[in-house]
Design a protein around this ligand. Structure first.
Ligand SMILES: [Zn+2]
Length: 247
């Protein structure tokens, strides 16, 4: 039997049988791994604390015919704050489903795992509002996956600042207010929302969360990011509908 030791974030944990958990674990080197944590729902189980939803643990796995079995799980980080409110939980479930969709089994998934861990950290610590965390994840994850929008300047006149802009969702490009008006379009990003969107798409990893945004600009950014997700992904995420009812 092949053994695998890896760090991983539990992005799905479903109770099966008496006290087992069927897990989806997002790993840096192997994408999403399906694994069974036998007996892990028993309080005395050595797997109890490391195999819960949104636990970031070091796993020792054995490869079976159809899935892995968890032999050991040593917890490194638990995002307890995520479980505190329905809003946080719904957002975390959505981000986890989104990340898993971008990380097929067997493929390298370090960038999306790191992004998800950072988003859960900011959500857990209440350091940024959930709506902003959602937009940051969406725009950054899509940019990392081959859907980077072109936010440098107006597509028609190369103007790059000084007024609200229109982000053309289907084409992934910008138009300044005057060029948008000529096309019969209303701007959908004020100056702050555009600056934030540029930051999310172009900033270095370690500076990604180093900005704040007012409420109205966050609303505009969030609306554009949601539309861009619909444009780029094949089908809506299951967790999205519920999230929209609570956020
Ligand atoms: Zn223009």
């Amino acid at each position: 039997m092949r053994r695998l030791t890896t760090m991983g974030l539990v992005v799905r944990a479903t109770k099966t049988g008496e006290a087992d958990r069927a897990l989806s674990i997002l790993t840096p080197g192997h994408g999403v791994i399906s694994a069974m944590a036998k007996g892990s729902l028993r309080l005395k189980s050595k797997l109890f604390s490391g195999t819960g939803l949104f636990c970031y643990s070091e796993f020792l796995l054995f490869e079976g015919k159809t899935m892995y079995t968890v032999d050991a799980a040593s917890v490194k980080e638990v995002f307890w704050g995520v479980h505190e409110s329905v809003e946080n939980m719904a957002l975390a479930m959505y981000l986890a489903e989104f990340a898993a969709a971008l990380a097929p089994a067997g493929e390298e998934a370090e960038p999306v795992l790191r992004l998800l861990l950072n988003c859960l950290y900011y959500l857990n610590e209440k350091k940024r509002p959930p709506r902003l965390i959602k937009a940051i994840f969406e725009l950054r994850a899509l940019s990392q996956s081959g859907f980077m929008p072109n936010l440098v300047a107006c597509e028609d006149c190369v103007k790059y600042e000084g007024e609200p802009f229109f982000f053309d969702v289907p084409r992934g490009v910008l138009y300044c207010a005057s060029c948008a008006a000529k096309r019969g379009l209303q701007p959908n990003l004020d100056a702050s929302a555009l600056a934030a969107m540029r930051h999310i798409v172009y900033a270095e990893d370690r500076k990604l969360f180093a900005f704040t945004l007012g409420q109205e600009s966050t609303r505009q950014l969030g609306a554009v990011a949601s539309q861009y997700v619909m444009q780029c992904v094949d089908r809506p995420f299951k967790s999205q509908e519920f999230l929209e009812t609570v956020l």
